[in-house]
Design a protein around this ligand. Sequence first.
Ligand SMILES: Cc1cc2nc3c(=O)[nH]c(=O)nc-3n(C[C@H](O)[C@H](O)[C@H](O)COP(=O)(O)OP(=O)(O)OC[C@H]3O[C@@H](n4cnc5c(N)ncnc54)[C@H](O)[C@@H]3O)c2cc1C
Length: 474
Amino acid sequence: METMRDGGEMHHVFEKAISNLRAIVGESNVILNPEGYLYDETPEAVRPEICRDTVVVRPENTHQISEVMRLANSLRIPVFVRGGGTGLSGGALPTKPGIILSMERMNRIIEIDQENLVAVCEAGVTLRQLIEAVERIPGLSFPPHPGDESAQLGGLVACNAGGARAVKYGVMRNYVIGLEIVLPSGDILSLGGKIIKNTAGYDLLHLIVGSEGTLCVITKVILRLIPEPGKTYTLVIPFHDAWSAIRCVPEILKSGIVPMAIEYMDIEAIKAGERVTGKKWPFSGGKAHLMVIVDGRNEAELMEKSEIIEKISGKYGALDVLVGVSRREQRDILEIRSLIYEGLKNETIEVLDVSVPPASIAEFVEKCQKKADELDLKVLHFGHAGDGNVHQQIMKSGLRKEEWMKRYVEFKEFAFSVADELGGTITGEHGIGSVKKRDLVKTSPDVLIEIMRKIKKVFDPNNILNPGKVVDDE
Ligand SMILES: Cc1cc2nc3c(=O)[nH]c(=O)nc-3n(C[C@H](O)[C@H](O)[C@H](O)COP(=O)(O)OP(=O)(O)OC[C@H]3O[C@@H](n4cnc5c(N)ncnc54)[C@H](O)[C@@H]3O)c2cc1C
Protein backbone atom coordinates (compact mmCIF):
# COMPACT_ATOMS: atom_id res chain seq x y z
CA MET A 1 0.00 0.00 0.00
CA GLU A 2 1.81 3.07 -1.20
CA THR A 3 -0.45 5.90 -0.13
CA MET A 4 -0.65 5.13 3.58
CA ARG A 5 2.47 6.69 4.98
CA ASP A 6 1.17 6.96 8.50
CA GLY A 7 3.55 4.27 9.69
CA GLY A 8 3.48 1.93 12.66
CA GLU A 9 0.33 0.42 14.03
CA MET A 10 -2.10 2.47 11.95
CA HIS A 11 -0.33 1.44 8.73
CA HIS A 12 -0.80 -2.17 9.70
CA VAL A 13 -4.51 -1.57 10.42
CA PHE A 14 -4.99 -0.06 6.96
CA GLU A 15 -3.27 -2.94 5.22
CA LYS A 16 -5.61 -5.33 6.96
CA ALA A 17 -8.59 -3.17 6.04
CA ILE A 18 -7.77 -2.95 2.33
CA SER A 19 -8.31 -6.63 1.63
CA ASN A 20 -11.59 -6.53 3.57
CA LEU A 21 -12.74 -3.42 1.70
CA ARG A 22 -11.94 -5.11 -1.62
CA ALA A 23 -14.02 -8.07 -0.56
CA ILE A 24 -16.96 -5.78 0.25
CA VAL A 25 -17.03 -3.42 -2.78
CA GLY A 26 -14.87 -5.23 -5.34
CA GLU A 27 -11.22 -4.66 -6.21
CA SER A 28 -11.80 -1.89 -8.77
CA ASN A 29 -13.80 0.16 -6.26
CA VAL A 30 -11.00 0.53 -3.76
CA ILE A 31 -8.76 3.26 -5.13
CA LEU A 32 -5.39 3.67 -3.48
CA ASN A 33 -4.49 6.94 -5.16
CA PRO A 34 -7.01 9.49 -3.87
CA GLU A 35 -5.95 12.38 -6.18
CA GLY A 36 -9.16 13.83 -7.62
CA TYR A 37 -11.06 13.17 -4.39
CA LEU A 38 -9.00 15.54 -2.25
CA TYR A 39 -10.64 18.84 -3.13
CA ASP A 40 -14.01 20.49 -3.01
CA GLU A 41 -14.99 24.05 -3.93
CA THR A 42 -13.69 25.58 -0.69
CA PRO A 43 -11.31 28.39 -1.63
CA GLU A 44 -7.69 27.33 -1.29
CA ALA A 45 -6.89 30.13 1.13
CA VAL A 46 -9.05 28.59 3.87
CA ARG A 47 -9.01 24.91 2.87
CA PRO A 48 -8.09 22.69 5.81
CA GLU A 49 -4.86 20.73 5.83
CA ILE A 50 -5.73 17.83 3.53
CA CYS A 51 -4.51 14.36 4.38
CA ARG A 52 -3.42 12.49 1.26
CA ASP A 53 -2.95 9.19 3.06
CA THR A 54 -6.44 8.02 2.32
CA VAL A 55 -8.10 5.34 0.27
CA VAL A 56 -11.23 5.89 -1.81
CA VAL A 57 -14.05 3.36 -1.51
CA ARG A 58 -16.97 3.42 -3.96
CA PRO A 59 -19.88 1.33 -2.68
CA GLU A 60 -22.78 0.34 -4.90
CA ASN A 61 -25.54 -0.20 -2.34
CA THR A 62 -26.62 0.34 1.26
CA HIS A 63 -25.58 -3.14 2.32
CA GLN A 64 -22.00 -2.49 1.19
CA ILE A 65 -21.96 0.83 3.08
CA SER A 66 -23.16 -0.94 6.19
CA GLU A 67 -20.31 -3.46 5.87
CA VAL A 68 -17.74 -0.70 5.28
CA MET A 69 -18.93 1.20 8.36
CA ARG A 70 -18.91 -1.93 10.51
CA LEU A 71 -15.33 -2.61 9.47
CA ALA A 72 -14.17 1.00 9.91
CA ASN A 73 -15.80 1.19 13.33
CA SER A 74 -14.21 -2.01 14.56
CA LEU A 75 -10.75 -0.88 13.38
CA ARG A 76 -11.35 2.80 14.35
CA ILE A 77 -10.62 4.01 10.83
CA PRO A 78 -11.96 7.52 10.03
CA VAL A 79 -14.53 7.74 7.23
CA PHE A 80 -15.15 10.89 5.17
CA VAL A 81 -18.36 10.74 3.13
CA ARG A 82 -18.05 12.48 -0.22
CA GLY A 83 -20.95 13.63 -2.38
CA GLY A 84 -20.51 15.87 -5.42
CA GLY A 85 -17.55 17.73 -3.88
CA THR A 86 -19.19 21.13 -4.41
CA GLY A 87 -19.13 22.09 -0.72
CA LEU A 88 -17.72 25.46 0.33
CA SER A 89 -16.70 24.69 3.91
CA GLY A 90 -14.26 21.78 3.53
CA GLY A 91 -16.86 19.31 4.84
CA ALA A 92 -15.95 16.38 2.58
CA LEU A 93 -12.17 16.70 2.84
CA PRO A 94 -10.09 14.09 4.70
CA THR A 95 -8.23 15.55 7.64
CA LYS A 96 -6.44 12.36 8.73
CA PRO A 97 -5.62 8.94 7.24
CA GLY A 98 -8.81 7.03 6.54
CA ILE A 99 -11.47 6.14 3.98
CA ILE A 100 -13.10 8.57 1.55
CA LEU A 101 -16.53 7.02 1.03
CA SER A 102 -17.55 8.25 -2.41
CA MET A 103 -21.28 8.04 -3.13
CA GLU A 104 -20.89 8.38 -6.92
CA ARG A 105 -22.14 4.85 -7.74
CA MET A 106 -25.30 5.23 -5.64
CA ASN A 107 -26.88 7.24 -8.43
CA ARG A 108 -30.22 5.59 -9.19
CA ILE A 109 -33.53 7.39 -9.19
CA ILE A 110 -35.64 4.65 -7.67
CA GLU A 111 -39.07 6.12 -8.26
CA ILE A 112 -40.97 9.29 -9.13
CA ASP A 113 -44.26 8.56 -7.41
CA GLN A 114 -46.88 10.69 -9.16
CA GLU A 115 -49.68 9.57 -6.83
CA ASN A 116 -47.97 10.78 -3.66
CA LEU A 117 -45.89 13.51 -5.34
CA VAL A 118 -42.54 12.23 -4.09
CA ALA A 119 -39.17 11.25 -5.54
CA VAL A 120 -37.27 8.32 -4.03
CA CYS A 121 -33.57 8.44 -4.90
CA GLU A 122 -30.25 7.00 -3.90
CA ALA A 123 -28.12 9.62 -2.16
CA GLY A 124 -25.56 9.86 -4.99
CA VAL A 125 -28.14 11.14 -7.51
CA THR A 126 -27.14 14.65 -8.58
CA LEU A 127 -29.43 17.66 -8.47
CA ARG A 128 -29.20 17.81 -12.28
CA GLN A 129 -30.34 14.18 -12.62
CA LEU A 130 -33.31 14.83 -10.33
CA ILE A 131 -34.35 18.04 -12.11
CA GLU A 132 -34.20 16.30 -15.51
CA ALA A 133 -36.25 13.34 -14.27
CA VAL A 134 -38.91 15.59 -12.71
CA GLU A 135 -39.06 17.88 -15.74
CA ARG A 136 -39.98 14.89 -17.90
CA ILE A 137 -43.26 14.67 -15.99
CA PRO A 138 -45.64 17.47 -16.97
CA GLY A 139 -46.92 19.54 -14.07
CA LEU A 140 -44.36 18.44 -11.46
CA SER A 141 -41.37 20.29 -10.03
CA PHE A 142 -38.63 20.22 -7.43
CA PRO A 143 -38.03 23.91 -6.67
CA PRO A 144 -34.89 24.14 -4.43
CA HIS A 145 -31.95 25.16 -6.57
CA PRO A 146 -28.59 25.54 -4.86
CA GLY A 147 -26.25 26.92 -7.54
CA ASP A 148 -24.19 23.88 -8.54
CA GLU A 149 -26.26 21.10 -10.11
CA SER A 150 -23.48 18.54 -9.73
CA ALA A 151 -24.12 18.47 -5.97
CA GLN A 152 -25.62 15.15 -4.87
CA LEU A 153 -28.88 14.77 -2.97
CA GLY A 154 -27.02 13.26 0.01
CA GLY A 155 -24.73 16.30 0.11
CA LEU A 156 -27.64 18.71 -0.28
CA VAL A 157 -29.46 17.05 2.62
CA ALA A 158 -26.28 16.82 4.73
CA CYS A 159 -25.75 20.59 4.28
CA ASN A 160 -29.43 21.59 4.33
CA ALA A 161 -28.67 23.49 1.14
CA GLY A 162 -30.69 26.55 0.19
CA GLY A 163 -30.25 28.54 -3.01
CA ALA A 164 -31.96 31.44 -4.74
CA ARG A 165 -35.52 30.08 -4.68
CA ALA A 166 -35.62 29.76 -0.88
CA VAL A 167 -37.49 33.09 -0.67
CA LYS A 168 -40.66 31.42 -1.86
CA TYR A 169 -39.99 27.69 -1.83
CA GLY A 170 -37.76 27.12 1.19
CA VAL A 171 -34.64 25.00 1.64
CA MET A 172 -33.86 21.28 1.44
CA ARG A 173 -35.24 20.67 4.93
CA ASN A 174 -38.71 21.64 3.69
CA TYR A 175 -38.63 18.84 1.08
CA VAL A 176 -37.04 15.91 2.93
CA ILE A 177 -39.75 13.57 4.20
CA GLY A 178 -37.81 10.33 4.40
CA LEU A 179 -34.24 9.10 4.69
CA GLU A 180 -32.42 5.81 4.80
CA ILE A 181 -29.20 6.13 6.80
CA VAL A 182 -26.30 3.94 7.90
CA LEU A 183 -24.94 4.59 11.37
CA PRO A 184 -21.22 4.33 12.19
CA SER A 185 -22.02 0.97 13.83
CA GLY A 186 -23.22 -0.31 10.44
CA ASP A 187 -26.89 -0.39 11.49
CA ILE A 188 -29.34 0.67 8.78
CA LEU A 189 -32.26 2.92 9.76
CA SER A 190 -35.27 4.26 7.85
CA LEU A 191 -36.62 7.61 9.05
CA GLY A 192 -39.94 9.08 7.90
CA GLY A 193 -41.28 7.93 4.53
CA LYS A 194 -43.83 8.98 1.93
CA ILE A 195 -45.80 10.65 4.68
CA ILE A 196 -46.72 14.26 5.27
CA LYS A 197 -47.27 14.03 9.03
CA ASN A 198 -45.15 12.23 11.61
CA THR A 199 -44.93 12.89 15.35
CA ALA A 200 -43.61 9.53 16.49
CA GLY A 201 -40.90 10.44 19.00
CA TYR A 202 -37.96 12.80 18.55
CA ASP A 203 -37.53 14.08 15.03
CA LEU A 204 -34.26 12.37 14.05
CA LEU A 205 -35.00 12.89 10.36
CA HIS A 206 -34.52 16.62 10.70
CA LEU A 207 -31.50 16.21 12.95
CA ILE A 208 -29.80 14.40 10.09
CA VAL A 209 -30.67 17.23 7.68
CA GLY A 210 -27.69 19.59 8.10
CA SER A 211 -25.52 17.08 10.01
CA GLU A 212 -22.69 17.45 7.45
CA GLY A 213 -21.62 13.82 7.31
CA THR A 214 -20.80 13.68 11.03
CA LEU A 215 -23.66 11.51 12.35
CA CYS A 216 -24.40 8.94 9.63
CA VAL A 217 -24.15 8.13 5.94
CA ILE A 218 -27.31 9.11 4.05
CA THR A 219 -28.03 6.36 1.54
CA LYS A 220 -31.56 7.07 0.31
CA VAL A 221 -33.61 10.27 0.15
CA ILE A 222 -37.37 10.70 -0.17
CA LEU A 223 -38.26 14.19 -1.38
CA ARG A 224 -41.53 16.04 -1.66
CA LEU A 225 -42.37 17.33 -5.15
CA ILE A 226 -44.85 20.11 -5.84
CA PRO A 227 -47.03 21.09 -8.78
CA GLU A 228 -45.09 23.19 -11.28
CA PRO A 229 -45.30 26.87 -10.31
CA GLY A 230 -46.21 27.87 -13.89
CA LYS A 231 -44.42 30.43 -16.02
CA THR A 232 -41.65 32.73 -14.84
CA TYR A 233 -40.26 36.15 -15.73
CA THR A 234 -36.73 37.18 -14.74
CA LEU A 235 -36.33 40.89 -14.04
CA VAL A 236 -32.94 42.61 -14.11
CA ILE A 237 -32.97 45.91 -12.21
CA PRO A 238 -29.81 48.07 -12.24
CA PHE A 239 -29.19 50.84 -9.70
CA HIS A 240 -26.60 53.62 -9.44
CA ASP A 241 -25.47 52.47 -6.03
CA ALA A 242 -25.52 49.46 -3.74
CA TRP A 243 -27.66 51.00 -1.01
CA SER A 244 -30.60 51.83 -3.26
CA ALA A 245 -30.62 48.28 -4.63
CA ILE A 246 -30.37 46.60 -1.27
CA ARG A 247 -32.90 48.91 0.43
CA CYS A 248 -35.39 48.09 -2.27
CA VAL A 249 -35.42 44.39 -1.27
CA PRO A 250 -37.50 44.58 1.96
CA GLU A 251 -39.96 46.86 0.13
CA ILE A 252 -40.54 44.21 -2.55
CA LEU A 253 -41.01 41.60 0.17
CA LYS A 254 -43.58 43.81 1.95
CA SER A 255 -45.58 44.41 -1.21
CA GLY A 256 -47.58 41.22 -0.92
CA ILE A 257 -46.01 39.38 -3.83
CA VAL A 258 -43.54 36.66 -2.96
CA PRO A 259 -40.96 36.43 -5.73
CA MET A 260 -39.33 33.08 -6.35
CA ALA A 261 -35.90 34.73 -5.97
CA ILE A 262 -34.41 38.14 -5.24
CA GLU A 263 -30.69 38.12 -5.89
CA TYR A 264 -28.37 41.07 -5.29
CA MET A 265 -25.13 41.52 -7.24
CA ASP A 266 -22.28 44.03 -7.33
CA ILE A 267 -21.48 44.87 -10.96
CA GLU A 268 -18.00 43.38 -10.58
CA ALA A 269 -19.53 40.06 -9.60
CA ILE A 270 -21.75 40.17 -12.72
CA LYS A 271 -18.71 40.80 -14.90
CA ALA A 272 -17.05 37.70 -13.44
CA GLY A 273 -20.13 35.64 -14.43
CA GLU A 274 -20.03 37.14 -17.94
CA ARG A 275 -16.36 36.20 -18.32
CA VAL A 276 -16.97 32.55 -17.44
CA THR A 277 -20.12 32.10 -19.54
CA GLY A 278 -19.14 34.28 -22.49
CA LYS A 279 -22.71 35.66 -22.26
CA LYS A 280 -23.88 39.22 -21.94
CA TRP A 281 -25.87 40.55 -18.99
CA PRO A 282 -28.84 42.58 -20.30
CA PHE A 283 -27.66 45.93 -18.83
CA SER A 284 -24.04 47.05 -18.65
CA GLY A 285 -24.30 50.16 -16.43
CA GLY A 286 -25.11 50.68 -12.76
CA LYS A 287 -23.07 49.71 -9.74
CA ALA A 288 -25.45 47.16 -8.27
CA HIS A 289 -28.22 45.01 -9.73
CA LEU A 290 -31.16 42.98 -8.52
CA MET A 291 -32.28 39.84 -10.31
CA VAL A 292 -35.88 39.07 -9.40
CA ILE A 293 -37.68 35.93 -10.57
CA VAL A 294 -41.47 35.95 -10.34
CA ASP A 295 -43.73 33.02 -11.10
CA GLY A 296 -47.41 32.87 -11.94
CA ARG A 297 -50.16 30.90 -13.66
CA ASN A 298 -50.40 33.17 -16.71
CA GLU A 299 -48.95 36.23 -18.47
CA ALA A 300 -51.44 38.59 -16.82
CA GLU A 301 -50.33 37.55 -13.33
CA LEU A 302 -46.67 37.84 -14.31
CA MET A 303 -47.23 41.30 -15.82
CA GLU A 304 -49.05 42.46 -12.72
CA LYS A 305 -46.23 41.30 -10.42
CA SER A 306 -43.57 42.81 -12.69
CA GLU A 307 -45.34 46.17 -12.70
CA ILE A 308 -45.53 46.26 -8.90
CA ILE A 309 -41.80 45.54 -8.68
CA GLU A 310 -41.07 48.17 -11.33
CA LYS A 311 -42.99 50.78 -9.34
CA ILE A 312 -41.15 49.97 -6.09
CA SER A 313 -37.73 49.92 -7.69
CA GLY A 314 -38.53 53.24 -9.41
CA LYS A 315 -38.93 54.79 -5.94
CA TYR A 316 -35.39 53.64 -5.13
CA GLY A 317 -33.93 55.14 -8.32
CA ALA A 318 -33.71 52.05 -10.52
CA LEU A 319 -32.04 52.91 -13.84
CA ASP A 320 -34.30 50.55 -15.76
CA VAL A 321 -36.26 47.31 -15.41
CA LEU A 322 -35.46 44.68 -18.04
CA VAL A 323 -37.74 41.70 -18.26
CA GLY A 324 -36.47 38.33 -19.48
CA VAL A 325 -39.48 36.52 -20.88
CA SER A 326 -38.25 33.72 -23.14
CA ARG A 327 -36.78 30.56 -21.61
CA ARG A 328 -33.47 31.28 -23.30
CA GLU A 329 -33.17 34.86 -22.00
CA GLN A 330 -33.98 33.69 -18.50
CA ARG A 331 -31.59 30.75 -18.68
CA ASP A 332 -28.71 33.01 -19.80
CA ILE A 333 -29.32 35.47 -16.95
CA LEU A 334 -29.43 32.65 -14.41
CA GLU A 335 -26.31 31.07 -15.85
CA ILE A 336 -24.33 34.29 -15.47
CA ARG A 337 -25.54 34.59 -11.88
CA SER A 338 -24.73 30.93 -11.12
CA LEU A 339 -21.17 31.13 -12.43
CA ILE A 340 -20.08 34.25 -10.54
CA TYR A 341 -18.28 32.11 -8.00
CA GLU A 342 -16.41 30.21 -10.69
CA GLY A 343 -15.19 33.51 -12.15
CA LEU A 344 -13.88 34.79 -8.84
CA LYS A 345 -12.68 31.72 -7.00
CA ASN A 346 -8.95 31.89 -7.81
CA GLU A 347 -8.69 35.28 -6.11
CA THR A 348 -11.03 34.40 -3.24
CA ILE A 349 -10.08 34.05 0.41
CA GLU A 350 -13.50 32.92 1.65
CA VAL A 351 -17.18 33.23 0.76
CA LEU A 352 -19.19 34.07 3.85
CA ASP A 353 -22.88 33.15 3.89
CA VAL A 354 -24.17 34.99 6.94
CA SER A 355 -27.95 34.91 7.28
CA VAL A 356 -29.94 37.76 8.87
CA PRO A 357 -33.66 38.54 9.06
CA PRO A 358 -34.58 39.69 5.53
CA ALA A 359 -35.68 43.14 6.72
CA SER A 360 -32.16 43.73 8.15
CA ILE A 361 -30.27 42.89 4.98
CA ALA A 362 -29.59 46.52 4.02
CA GLU A 363 -28.23 47.33 7.49
CA PHE A 364 -26.03 44.23 7.40
CA VAL A 365 -24.54 44.95 3.98
CA GLU A 366 -24.10 48.65 4.75
CA LYS A 367 -22.21 48.05 8.00
CA CYS A 368 -20.02 45.35 6.48
CA GLN A 369 -19.16 47.38 3.39
CA LYS A 370 -18.12 50.28 5.62
CA LYS A 371 -15.86 47.94 7.60
CA ALA A 372 -14.35 46.50 4.40
CA ASP A 373 -13.60 50.03 3.17
CA GLU A 374 -11.97 50.92 6.50
CA LEU A 375 -9.78 47.81 6.27
CA ASP A 376 -9.05 48.44 2.59
CA LEU A 377 -10.24 44.89 1.89
CA LYS A 378 -12.10 44.02 -1.30
CA VAL A 379 -15.40 42.31 -0.49
CA LEU A 380 -17.93 41.62 -3.24
CA HIS A 381 -21.53 41.22 -2.18
CA PHE A 382 -23.89 39.01 -4.14
CA GLY A 383 -26.53 36.40 -3.62
CA HIS A 384 -29.76 35.65 -1.88
CA ALA A 385 -30.90 39.08 -0.68
CA GLY A 386 -34.55 38.02 -0.61
CA ASP A 387 -34.01 35.56 2.23
CA GLY A 388 -31.41 37.60 4.11
CA ASN A 389 -28.46 35.52 2.90
CA VAL A 390 -26.19 37.76 0.82
CA HIS A 391 -22.78 36.20 0.22
CA GLN A 392 -19.62 38.15 0.91
CA GLN A 393 -16.77 37.11 -1.34
CA ILE A 394 -13.56 38.26 0.35
CA MET A 395 -10.81 38.82 -2.20
CA LYS A 396 -7.02 38.68 -1.96
CA SER A 397 -6.79 41.49 -4.53
CA GLY A 398 -3.05 41.20 -5.01
CA LEU A 399 -2.14 41.45 -1.31
CA ARG A 400 0.46 39.17 0.25
CA LYS A 401 -0.87 36.49 2.60
CA GLU A 402 0.41 38.22 5.76
CA GLU A 403 -1.43 41.37 4.64
CA TRP A 404 -4.79 39.86 3.74
CA MET A 405 -4.89 37.37 6.62
CA LYS A 406 -5.15 40.01 9.36
CA ARG A 407 -7.73 42.10 7.49
CA TYR A 408 -9.79 39.05 6.52
CA VAL A 409 -9.98 37.70 10.07
CA GLU A 410 -10.99 41.12 11.38
CA PHE A 411 -13.65 41.49 8.68
CA LYS A 412 -15.05 38.01 9.26
CA GLU A 413 -15.33 38.53 13.01
CA PHE A 414 -16.99 41.88 12.40
CA ALA A 415 -19.54 40.35 9.97
CA PHE A 416 -20.35 37.59 12.48
CA SER A 417 -20.80 40.12 15.30
CA VAL A 418 -23.17 42.22 13.16
CA ALA A 419 -25.10 39.04 12.30
CA ASP A 420 -25.43 38.30 16.01
CA GLU A 421 -26.57 41.87 16.76
CA LEU A 422 -29.26 41.58 14.09
CA GLY A 423 -30.47 38.16 15.28
CA GLY A 424 -28.78 36.23 12.45
CA THR A 425 -26.44 33.27 12.14
CA ILE A 426 -22.88 32.77 10.85
CA THR A 427 -23.90 30.37 8.08
CA GLY A 428 -27.21 30.18 6.23
CA GLU A 429 -26.42 27.39 3.80
CA HIS A 430 -22.76 26.40 3.37
CA GLY A 431 -22.46 24.80 6.80
CA ILE A 432 -19.67 24.70 9.35
CA GLY A 433 -17.39 21.95 7.96
CA SER A 434 -13.86 22.61 9.11
CA VAL A 435 -13.75 26.21 7.96
CA LYS A 436 -16.15 27.72 10.53
CA LYS A 437 -15.60 25.27 13.38
CA ARG A 438 -13.91 27.79 15.66
CA ASP A 439 -16.42 30.46 14.74
CA LEU A 440 -19.31 28.19 15.72
CA VAL A 441 -17.82 27.62 19.16
CA LYS A 442 -17.02 31.32 19.59
CA THR A 443 -20.51 32.49 18.63
CA SER A 444 -22.60 29.82 20.41
CA PRO A 445 -23.46 29.37 24.09
CA ASP A 446 -21.31 26.68 25.76
CA VAL A 447 -24.35 24.65 26.64
CA LEU A 448 -25.41 24.44 22.99
CA ILE A 449 -22.00 23.17 21.88
CA GLU A 450 -22.05 20.68 24.75
CA ILE A 451 -25.43 19.31 23.62
CA MET A 452 -24.18 19.04 20.03
CA ARG A 453 -21.06 17.17 21.15
CA LYS A 454 -23.18 14.77 23.22
CA ILE A 455 -25.43 14.11 20.21
CA LYS A 456 -22.36 13.36 18.12
CA LYS A 457 -21.18 10.89 20.76
CA VAL A 458 -24.52 9.07 20.80
CA PHE A 459 -24.38 8.49 17.04
CA ASP A 460 -20.63 8.03 16.73
CA PRO A 461 -19.01 7.04 20.05
CA ASN A 462 -15.67 6.25 18.42
CA ASN A 463 -15.59 9.49 16.42
CA ILE A 464 -14.89 7.78 13.12
CA LEU A 465 -17.33 9.76 10.95
CA ASN A 466 -15.93 12.97 9.49
CA PRO A 467 -13.60 13.74 12.41
CA GLY A 468 -12.40 17.34 12.73
CA LYS A 469 -15.67 18.85 11.47
CA VAL A 470 -18.53 20.92 12.94
CA VAL A 471 -18.18 20.50 16.75
CA ASP A 472 -15.23 18.10 16.84
CA ASP A 473 -12.33 20.18 18.17
CA GLU A 474 -9.57 17.80 17.00
C1 LIG B 1 -20.96 27.51 -7.77
C2 LIG B 1 -21.55 27.04 -6.47
C3 LIG B 1 -22.77 27.51 -6.09
C4 LIG B 1 -23.35 27.07 -4.89
N1 LIG B 1 -24.57 27.57 -4.56
C5 LIG B 1 -25.13 27.16 -3.41
C6 LIG B 1 -26.41 27.67 -3.03
O1 LIG B 1 -26.99 28.50 -3.72
N2 LIG B 1 -26.95 27.22 -1.88
C7 LIG B 1 -26.31 26.29 -1.08
O2 LIG B 1 -26.87 25.91 -0.06
N3 LIG B 1 -25.11 25.80 -1.42
C8 LIG B 1 -24.50 26.21 -2.55
N4 LIG B 1 -23.27 25.72 -2.90
C9 LIG B 1 -22.57 24.79 -1.99
C10 LIG B 1 -22.77 23.29 -2.28
O3 LIG B 1 -23.25 23.05 -3.57
C11 LIG B 1 -23.71 22.68 -1.24
O4 LIG B 1 -23.11 22.80 0.04
C12 LIG B 1 -24.08 21.21 -1.47
O5 LIG B 1 -25.02 20.86 -0.50
C13 LIG B 1 -22.89 20.25 -1.38
O6 LIG B 1 -23.30 18.99 -1.91
P1 LIG B 1 -22.22 17.93 -2.43
O7 LIG B 1 -22.93 16.71 -2.86
O8 LIG B 1 -21.32 18.54 -3.40
O9 LIG B 1 -21.47 17.61 -1.05
P2 LIG B 1 -19.92 17.49 -0.72
O10 LIG B 1 -19.22 18.77 -0.97
O11 LIG B 1 -19.36 16.28 -1.32
O12 LIG B 1 -20.03 17.29 0.87
C14 LIG B 1 -20.56 18.30 1.70
C15 LIG B 1 -20.84 17.71 3.09
O13 LIG B 1 -21.91 16.76 3.00
C16 LIG B 1 -21.48 15.49 3.50
N5 LIG B 1 -22.12 14.47 2.66
C17 LIG B 1 -22.13 14.38 1.30
N6 LIG B 1 -22.87 13.32 0.91
C18 LIG B 1 -23.30 12.70 2.05
C19 LIG B 1 -24.09 11.54 2.31
N7 LIG B 1 -24.59 10.79 1.33
N8 LIG B 1 -24.32 11.22 3.61
C20 LIG B 1 -23.83 11.96 4.63
N9 LIG B 1 -23.09 13.08 4.43
C21 LIG B 1 -22.83 13.43 3.16
C22 LIG B 1 -19.96 15.51 3.39
O14 LIG B 1 -19.37 14.63 4.31
C23 LIG B 1 -19.66 16.96 3.68
O15 LIG B 1 -19.62 17.19 5.07
C24 LIG B 1 -22.66 26.14 -4.08
C25 LIG B 1 -21.42 25.65 -4.48
C26 LIG B 1 -20.85 26.09 -5.66
C27 LIG B 1 -19.52 25.54 -6.06
